[in-house]
Write a protein that binds this ligand. Structure first.
Ligand SMILES: [Zn+2]
Length: 156
């Protein structure tokens, strides 16, 4: 799915997208306090904190991914549940995580930035879930091997 850091059109229903506050949607402030939300279907996506130069240029915040409805958000959570168990708790977990995304991208046959669940629509998420299921043993072994490799490098 094409990622637009400043979405104006909903990637689910085509409706108009507005930048609104988390308070308007959830009744409280959290994260950056700003979300992009579809006026028509209510799909939404959070935002990154603005960098100093973005603030200076009065740029709006960038979206953290593509807009998601409830169904998509549930698929995304399931995908993260599986995927995060590959790297969480490992030593050098951030390096292992980066490697696991790279491996997933390879298996899915997409460029690495597109292997992140926040960038996937429902069909892509279903495909990623099936792919992880089908390649689970390989992905587990690959993550462990990579962890060992990062540890080996540190000893030198
Ligand atoms: Zn919409």
């Amino acid at each position: 799915m094409t990622y637009d850091p400043y979405p104006t059109k909903c990637n689910i229903c085509g409706g108009h997208v507005s930048l609104t506050t988390t308070f308007m949607i959830y009744g409280r402030n959290y994260g950056t306090g700003l979300v992009y939300s579809c006026d028509k279907c209510g799909a939404r996506v959070g935002t990154y904190p603005r960098l100093p130069e973005e603030r200076k240029k009065k740029k709006p915040p960038r979206a953290t991914g593509i807009l998601a409805d409830e169904y998509t958000r549930n698929l995304r959570m399931r995908a993260h549940g599986y995927f995060d168990s590959l790297w969480s708790g490992k030593r050098n977990s951030l390096k292992v995580r980066a490697h696991c995304y790279w491996t997933l991208a390879g298996i899915l046959g997409v460029p690495e930035p597109q292997a992140h669940f926040a960038m996937m629509n429902r069909e892509e998420l279903k495909d990623a879930l099936r792919t992880m299921h089908d390649h689970w043993d390989y992905m587990l072994e690959d993550a462990s091997n990579f962890e060992q490799m990062t540890l080996g490098k540190e000893k030198k």
